[in-house]
Design a protein around this ligand. Structure first.
Ligand code: FAD
Ligand code: SF4
Ligand code: SF4
Length: 468
């Protein structure tokens, strides 16, 4: 996949990976062996017919390829860009055993981009409902889980309203993942597709405050799907974390990307970022924060308490970060942040660590090395060590049980919570995971809601039951 050269891209927020040409895509698709047992499909959480769409690309039928993908995935241009393919579909490609697996994600991106660029990419409106609907469902949260649930419910004939707390829909896709990995124009196109399914999105509604779940039922919604994600950042809990110049990655990325602080003063969102930035963490969020800070002209160091191989971020993001000049310090853990006496960060204290015995989660514990404390000068610290669900809905919804770290509890098969008629999917039930896993959950929740509502709405014969 061709990319913008590192020395160029660090000066702009344009997309890094440039995509395949039709010739390269057909060539890459031609490598696929069309395995009869389809191992790659098992690695895709939404079960895309991977050999099927690749066959269409190899034959030059790009529209056909996009149509095959859209049967199982509403956001192909997004997933082709951000899925951790190396641990999902591509990890099971037989060609990966002896060499390079087929670049399934890049081909998916190609088909989705081709569809959008060549034909406007708008799939036809669903037909046959004649203004009638099969029930009214509220979806809370407009990230990949909520949007997928909404699209699936819309397709099944339900009248769906999505309630979103922020002013822009998309969840992490909009406020977290930066423009240089996922251009907002691509996201906007995917929303247009959704709106064609009749899904209404209401922004600036914080459910649990503006409206409660009980209010939604009182307004006639027959079921609710929670797709509220895991947007509450975990903190380090070390001295000095309250100093000016310490950000959570969520706040930093939201300010820069969604609220366009990188255009200050033309855009009225200030961002106080020092010359030297230390990012704590090793996931996608840490890489996005580090690479964003690089583009703002800062010197960036990522500290991570395990090895390079243990970094949870996508391999491609780590490679791109290194190419862009991000420095990595492995086996390093922060212990304190020091101020300059005026309330601003001056340095971060770290300790070297080594791996100990196995912990409960199967990973090895991390033990500090005695006497290894040292200070790294930094005017800003960005904390990217994970996040959990915001408790606001659980606190305001009687009967809604949560488990470890605040995740909402659901029945594994039906995805129904402990509150009748309330379902949940995505990061709010798993903790921070991936876009495609959240989408897979959203699809399952929609199907479970359909199962739940059909008998209630007397819809057993395949015909719509209610006037729209
Ligand atoms: P979210 O995307 O978090 O969406 C939840 C939505 O619900 C938000 O819009 C939020 O505002 C809204 N909401 C919350 N509470 C309420 C409320 N009370 N009322 C109304 N609305 C509410 N995964 C990948 O696969 N690849 C990547 O490259 C990748 N990079 C990432 C980078 C960053 C910076 C982050 C933070 C995560 C990344 N992830 C990545 C993880 C992935 O984005 C998430 O797993 C996924 O977005 C979860 O989807 P979701 O729909 O469950 O929640
Ligand atoms: Fe692979 Fe993700 Fe596409 Fe599924 S959606 S085929 S996991 S890139
Ligand atoms: Fe093609 Fe690889 Fe899937 Fe086989 S496993 S069908 S080679 S993508």
């Amino acid at each position: 996949m061709p990319t913008q050269p590192p020395e160029e891209r660090v000066k702009n927020f344009g997309e890094v990976s440039l995509g395949y040409s039709p010739e390269t895509a057909r060539q890459e698709a031609g490598r696929c062996l069309q395995c009869r047992n389809r191992p790659c499909v098992k690695g895709c959480p939404v079960g895309i017919d991977i050999p099927g769409f690749i066959r269409s690309i190899a034959a030059g039928d790009f529209a056909g390829a996009a149509a095959v993908i859209r049967q199982d995935n509403n956001l192909p241009a997004v997933c082709g860009r951000v899925c951790p393919q190396e641990v999902q579909c591509e990890s099971l490609c037989v060609l990966g055993r002896r060499g390079q697996p087929v670049a399934i994600g890049s081909l998916e991106r190609f088909a989705a981009d081709w569809e959008r660029e060549s034909s406007g990419g708008l799939t036809p409106r669903p037909v046959g409902m004649n203004g009638k609907h099969r029930g009214k469902v509220a979806v809370v949260g407009s990230g990949p889980a909520g949007l997928t649930a909404a699209a699936e419910l819309g397709r099944l004939g339900y009248q769906v309203t999505v309630f979103e707390a922020l002013h822009t829909p998309g969840g992490v896709l909009a406020y977290g993942i930066p423009e240089f990995r996922l251009p907002k124009a691509i996201l906007a196109h995917e929303f247009e597709q959704l709106q064609r399914l009749g899904v209404e999105i209401r922004t600036n509604v914080l459910v649990g405050s503006t409206l409660t779940i009980d209010d939604l039922f009182a307004q006639g919604y027959q079921a609710v799907c929670l797709g509220t994600g895991a947007g509450l950042p975990h903190l380090l809990g070390i001295p000095g974390e309250e100093l000016n110049g310490v950000y959570t990655a969520n706040e930093f990325l939201t300010r820069v990307n969604l609220m366009k602080a990188y255009l200050y003063p033309e855009v009225d969102t200030p961002l106080y970022l020092g010359r030297r930035v230390v990012v704590v963490g090793g996931g996608n969020t840490a890489m996005d924060a580090a690479r964003t800070a690089v583009r703002l002209g800062r010197k960036v160091t990522v500290i991570y308490r395990r090895s390079r191989e243990d970094l949870p971020a996508r391999r491609e993001e780590v490679r791109h970060a290194e190419e862009e000049g991000v420095e990595f310090l492995f086996f390093t853990s922060p212990t304190a942040i020091r101020g300059d006496g005026q309330g601003w960060v001056e340095a971060i204290q770290c300790v070297n660590v080594e791996l100990g015995g196995p912990a409960k989660d199967g990973r090895r514990t991390v033990e500090p090395v005695d006497g290894s404390e040292h200070w790294l000068p930094a005017e800003s610290v960005i904390v990217a060590i994970g996040q959990g669900p915001n408790p606001i809905i659980a606190k305001t919804t009687p009967g809604l049980a949560t488990g470890l770290r605040g995740v909402v509890q659901v029945a594994p098969k039906t995805l129904m919570t402990t509150r009748e008629g309330v379902f949940a999917a995505g990061d709010v039930i798993t903790g921070g995971a991936t876009v495609i896993k959240a989408m897979g959950g959203g699809k399952r929740a929609a199907q479970a809601i359909d199962h739940y509502l059909r008998p209630k709405n007397n819809w057993l014969d395949g015909q719509p039951a209610r006037e729209g």
